[in-house]
Design a protein around this ligand. Structure first.
Ligand code: S3P
Length: 425
């Protein structure tokens, strides 16, 4: 994909469904009684991997242009797949499904692509095995492929060392099969979509401060779900609208759950012209239309408890910082090193190649804004968020930006380039 400098992004766009919520809607629908319908489901490669995994375990899932329909078989209705479950590039599929599979009465092997199979899985193996599960890393390196032998699950309390919704969700989902309540305490609150959605499916889930507790339900009940637009996908157009001269963009029906809205707070702290309207609710998930206009921005400091609420947006926030006056410091974000790529290194190295003043630190980065960027040729290591961030950089740079593996945007935003083009016309 080749990109050059653009002036004036204008228009109103809808944003594809939230990736985290789409995954969960299929997973919980599969182990619920009755039918779950899902509108605005994200048809990205990651969520399609989740659908394939549950189809392989005997769940009938219909997909039409309008909606996804999951014919649930109840908490004990999954059947042993006759092949390895292919989780593709998706960490969410891997970690959440492991929690569900821990409590089944069959064995499963799951494996993904090269990036997925190099990401840390000990973080879920440790608590799940402590609950009575039997999960091993086949290559004994703490990564997938994983062999999961279904087991009896015991009630458990986990003090998680990381603020990770994937770890929290894996433990809570295994807790569905526990012999008593299971709780997780995190160092900072991560996204709470699992807690909200399990509750709407009828489970008793209590949240107090940094602790979430699940009481094993007799059953879950299928629901009709409308997935809000993904704020992590809107993020590219929020930043594009703020840094591209002469722009105004409105994004409709975007999820603004307070465990996900850190980007909005950072934009406000940097002086951005960003407004929320039509604030609403979609099955317990708050939503709004978001409008951004080209803004004069200044640097800020980002760290501590806000980090989990914007963890996937840090690459594009780093780009935003290049267009802000003064210094932006991002700290406490070491988790970025174990995402689809090492996002600290990939961002800082390539922003520097474009001419930015950026320095990597142990747990984040420091950026001084105001340098003119120049296009480069870039391999994103198949990391969708890196590709989209540098595409927005490319339309605000001199020369030509060439994203070699741009097709990786399919992971979370298949229509990304069509939407960008629409805003340019
Ligand atoms: C996700 C949680 C986050 C996030 C990922 C989706 C989820 O990961 O980065 O894109 O749906 O639970 P961690 O839980 O590893 O922080």
């Amino acid at each position: 994909m080749k990109l050059t400098r653009t002036k004036g992004l204008h228009g109103t766009i809808s944003i594809p469904g939230d990736k985290s919520i789409s995954h969960r809607s299929v997973m919980f629908g599969a182990i619920a009684d009755g039918t779950t319908t899902i509108r605005n489901f994200l048809m990205g490669a990651d969520c399609l991997a989740t659908i394939d995994c549950f189809r392989s375990m005997g769940i009938n899932i219909e997909v039409t242009d309008e909606m996804v329909t999951v014919h649930g078989k109840g908490l004990h209705g999954l059947t042993k797949p006759d092949k390895i479950l292919d989780v593709g590039n998706s960490g969410t599929t891997t970690r959440l499904i492991s929690g569900i599979l821990a409590g089944q009465d069959f064995d499963v092997t799951l494996s993904g692509d090269a990036s997925l199979n190099s990401r840390p899985m000990k973080r879920i193996m440790t608590p799940l095995n402590a609950m009575g599960a039997d999960i091993t890393s086949i290559n004994n390196n703490g990564c997938a492929p994983l062999l999961i032998r279904g087991s009896k699950i015991k009630a458990f309390h986990y003090d998680s060392p990381v603020a990770s919704a994937q770890v929290k969700s894996a433990v809570l989902l295994a807790g569905l099969y526990g012999d008593g309540p299971t709780s997780v305490t995190e160092p900072a609150v991560s996204r709470n979509h699992t807690e909200l959605m399990l509750r709407s499916f009828g489970a008793d889930v209590q949240c107090e401060g940094k602790t979430a507790t699940i009481y094993p339900p007799k059953k879950l009940t299928g629901q009709d779900i409308v997935v809000p637009g993904d704020i992590s996908s809107a993020a590219y157009f929020i930043v594009a609208g703020l840094i591209t001269p002469d722009s105004e963009i409105t994004m409709k029906h975007v999820g603004i759950n307070p465990t996900r809205d850190g980007l909005i707070k950072v934009c406000e702290a940097m002086g951005a012209d960003i407004t929320l309207s039509n604030v609403n609710d979609s099955g317990g998930e708050p939503t709004a239309d978001i409008t951004v206009r080209t803004s004069n921005l200044h640097g800020t400091e980002i760290g501590g408890e806000i980090i989990p609420t914007l963890i996937d947006e840090i690459p594009v926030i780093a780009l935003l910082a290049c267009f802000a006056e003064g210094e932006t410091v991002i700290k406490n974000a070491e988790e970025l090193k174990v995402k689809e790529s090492n996002r600290i290194d990939l961002m800082v190295n390539n922003l520097k190649r474009m001419g930015a003043d950026a320095v990597a630190t142990d747990d984040g980065m420091i950026i001084h804004g105001g340098k003119t960027l120049t296009g480069i040729s870039l391999n994103c290591k198949y990391d969708h968020r890196i590709a989209m961030t540098f595409s927005i950089a490319g339309i605000n740079a001199d020369g030509e930006m060439d994203i070699e593996d741009a097709e990786c945007v399919d992971v979370s935003y298949p229509d990304f380039y069509e939407t960008l083009e629409k805003l340019q016309n």
